[in-house]
Structures are given as C-alpha cells and as structure tokens.
Ligand binder design. Structure first.
Ligand SMILES: [Zn+2]
Length: 92
C-alpha cells in the first residue's frame, strides 16, 4: 500500500529530538526520543504505523462505534509542516 509522503523516523533527524504524543481524551502525554525510536524501528519506520500501534490501547479506540474517537495527536509534526498527521483512528 504505497503512501507517498509518509513520514519516517529518519525524516525527523535534525528536526526533532523528542516526539510528543498527546491525547486530550485519555490524558495521554508521551515523550519519545527520536534516536530511540530509530533504534527500535529503523530510519524507514513509518510514524503512522508506530502511532497506530501506540494508541491502539486507547479506551476511546476500543469502545464500539466512532461517536467518541480517540483524540491522540503528534503535535510536533504540525511544526514540520507535514501533511500526513494522523487524524483520528481511521484516517487512512
Ligand atoms: Zn485517546
């Protein structure tokens, strides 16, 4: 499933030292070091894949229906001007 413009961890080098993940609904607030993420997932690891795996335990994602979906975001990606910020559980 080719996704042109997918952001990889390698793309963050020199732009971000840490990646924040926040969710206003489940009060998630995580800080992830980019170098650690690269070590675990590789330069070519896609943020979207990691993000979906990271947030799959969100109670809002597990609840049936999409009336109140998870609000998890990676706010730092907005600063990078990326157009591929995941926006909700089924943004793809
Ligand atoms: Zn959430």
């Amino acid at each position: 499933m080719p996704r042109d413009g997918s952001v990889t961890f390698g793309d963050l080098i020199g732009k971000l030292d840490v990646l924040r993940v926040t969710c206003g609904k489940c009060e998630r607030a995580g800080l992830y070091r980019v170098d650690n993420l690269i070590r675990r997932h590789g330069h070519d690891g896609r943020l979207t894949d990691w993000f979906h795996a990271l947030t799959k335990d969100c109670a809002h994602k597990l609840s049936p229906g999409l009336a109140d979906p998870c609000g998890a975001r990676m706010p730092d990606l907005l600063k990078l001007g990326s157009g591929t910020v995941p926006d909700g559980p089924d943004a793809a």
